[in-house]
Design a protein around this ligand. Structure first.
Ligand SMILES: Cc1ncc(COP(=O)(O)O)c(C=O)c1O
Length: 361
């Protein structure tokens, strides 16, 4: 049998959120941090229009989309590279900057794709301890060695929901050797409304070793389209453009992205609903005696106290067509991550958990 590189067999494949229910059963999928309201109708229309020309290859440079992103975020279009989801950007960064003998740093409960992409590149992923399920700047700096090539921080982090404030990011960057690329993964940035938070675009412009990654998969409700992007210094943009496929973002995705950026009302409605439903969910679950970690994203991390109980609750909910995500892969086996859906969906999930807890005292 032809074998791939040894390091590839050390990878545990990423398992996506479950969503297969019994026939005819209503599905409430709260297992993948997807947008609760579908995509913007403007994005759907633009995609349908673009589909008429699917015999043509897409614009390799994603020009219109980069221009739209640049305008929206007050940055230069030349500092943007688009990808098939931010997953692709993460993977491209790892394969371009890290290889055999190199290390890729991230935090203990950081997003799983950092370690998978590091291993694909042949590098060693190094996870540092967190403090109260939040990235610990001291631990990260202590773990930096001459082999460290990239440091990934999901800000806010999935699945913990915690984030580093601007001052903490600045402190981390100031103490990091300039030879290490600091990647601020801002997949959930739209949801954060703390004035002390920074997505990091201003930091990219000021420094030579910071990259911000973003996505249309969460607040824009476009996970199925696979559209993400990176904002970085010229030398990183140059590298990403060398390693990416020439047509890595479909014409349909580009058109949908441009249209989605114009639909401010949809984004506003999504963010307002998330804020309201997140609070309602956290308050209701805490009232049931369950530990809920504070979250700045579109999900909550809930600790049911022990792994068996958490798994039984997941299975009981699944039986009712409600899918939440187990967190064993993130080293948090007693926890479940619940995506914030619509108000009605959250009421149903709370009722289901209440029902389970009431009948299993
Ligand atoms: C922290 C974080 N980064 C990146 C991604 C990848 O998003 P996408 O590839 O859909 O852009 C996710 C998806 O769940 C995430 O949680």
């Amino acid at each position: 049998m032809i074998k791939a590189k040894d390091s590839i067999y050390k990878i545990t494949p990423y398992i996506g959120g479950e969503s297969t229910a019994k026939e005819g059963q209503r599905i409430i999928k709260l297992s993948s941090n997807e947008g609760a309201f579908g995509p913007s109708p403007m994005a759907v229309k633009a995609m349908q229009e673009a589909a008429k020309d699917m015999n043509r290859y897409p614009d390799s440079g994603c020009s219109a989309l980069r221009e739209a992103l640049a305008k929206k975020n007050n940055i230069s279009a030349d500092s943007i590279v688009c990808g098939a989801g931010s997953d692709e950007i993460i993977s491209l960064l790892c394969s371009a900057y890290a290889g055999d003998g190199d290390e890729v740093l991230y935090t203990a409960h950081g997003f799983l794709m950092y370690s998978i992409s590091a291993k694909v590149a042949g590098a060693t992923p190094v996870a540092t301890p967190e403090k109260n399920l939040k990235a610990d700047v001291d631990a990260l700096i202590d773990a930096v060695t001459e082999k460290t090539k990239i440091l990934f921080i999901a800000n806010p982090n999935n699945p913990t929901g915690s984030y580093l404030k601007r001052a903490e990011i600045e402190d981390l960057h100031a103490r990091l050797p300039k030879s290490v690329l600091l990647v601020l993964d801002a997949a959930y940035a739209e949801y954060v409304d703390d004035p002390d938070y920074t997505v990091g675009h201003d930091l990219v412009s000021q420094h030579d070793n910071i990259v911000v990654t973003r996505t249309f998969s969460k607040a824009y409700g476009m996970g199925g389209v696979r559209l993400g992007w990176a904002h970085g210094p010229d030398h990183v943009v140059d590298v990403l453009n060398r390693v990416r496929g020439p047509f890595n973002v479909s014409a349909e995705a580009q058109a949908a992205g441009v249209a989605a950026l114009q639909d401010d009302d949809f984004l506003k409605m999504t963010l307002e609903s998330n804020k309201k439903c997140l609070k309602m969910t956290a308050d209701s679950l805490e009232a049931l005696g369950v530990k809920v970690y504070p979250s700045a994203g579109n999900f909550v991390l809930v600790d049911f106290g022990n792994a068996d109980k958490a798994e039984n609750i997941r299975l009981a909910l699944k039986d009712e067509g409600i899918f939440i995500r187990q967190m064993g892969g993130y080293g948090l086996p007693s926890c479940m991550r619940i995506t914030i859906g619509t108000g009605e969906e959250m009421e149903l999930v709370i009722e289901a958990i209440k029902g389970y807890l009431g009948s299993h005292v």
